[in-house]
Design a protein around this ligand. Structure first.
Ligand SMILES: [Zn+2]
Length: 237
């Protein structure tokens, strides 16, 4: 019996060259919560995405719910005075609440560094939603549902958050989350239809999603501008 034959790991997918990232190094400079650590987001990919949450007198993270048709696994790479212990691993429910995960977000000694790994759909469409509830009566305030079907599946829409020829894809979860912020911070999004309470603005800056979407859009525009600048030179040579 040749045990080694049955235990051999298949060679890597040529479209997904193995990469190594240090989560502490990468997340020290990241602009957003849920920043993908690797550039792979197509069908069947796992997307480990980092988050750095820290308390302080002016810190405010708000609260929302995330619904996802695919699985997410959260690993805590370090924490203090948080709801999660350092080294803790858990699988999220399909619908799960999200906040700072700190016991007291105003405590400057409270922090958590996490990696949330989302397993992209390998077949069939992928759907996600962000949901806000009224702080006073808990009625649903805003529900932003978005298609997150990954690249490589028939349901993938390249024009959903960009253009076919963009070299860097928007991460659907962050682009959908940025759309949620727009809806949630509108006058209609803040006023509860149930009880009339005007909810506080969602603290978008703590999450950084709009900035990430804008930066991704900008690097794509930069790529196209360079290609355009190069084309007369290419034609002349
Ligand atoms: Zn209400």
């Amino acid at each position: 019996m040749h045990l080694e034959d049955t235990r051999r790991i298949p060679p890597p997918d040529p479209d997904r060259e193995p990469l190594k990232v240090n989560v502490y190094e990468r997340m020290s400079k990241a602009a957003a919560q849920l920043t993908p650590l690797f550039p792979y987001d197509s069908a069947g990919a796992i997307i480990p995405a980092g988050a750095v949450l820290v308390g302080g007198p002016d810190m405010e993270y708000g609260h929302f719910f995330h619904w996802n048709t695919v699985n997410e696994v959260a690993v805590t790479y370090g924490a203090s005075k948080a709801m999660l212990a350092a080294g803790q691993i858990f699988v999220t429910q399909q619908l799960h609440g999200v906040n700072s995960f700190l016991r007291d977000q105003k405590d400057p000694d409270a922090f958590a560094v996490m990696v949330i790994t989302q397993h992209q759909s390998a077949s069939g469409d992928q759907k996600e939603a962000l949901i806000a509830r009224c702080a006073k009566c808990k009625a649903e305030l805003v529900r932003t549902e978005y298609d997150a079907t990954p690249h490589g599946l028939p349901g993938y829409d390249a024009k959903r958050y960009g253009a076919d020829e963009d070299p860097v894809r928007q991460f659907a979860t962050l682009a959908g989350s940025a759309d949620f912020i727009t809806a949630r911070n509108s006058d209609e999004g803040r006023a509860c239809a149930g009880c009339g309470h005007v909810n506080d603005r969602f603290p978008a800056e703590r999450w950084g999603w709009e900035r990430t979407v804008l930066q991704t859009r900008t690097v794509n525009a930069a790529y196209h501008s360079l290609a355009q600048a190069a084309s007369p030179a290419e034609a002349a040579s």
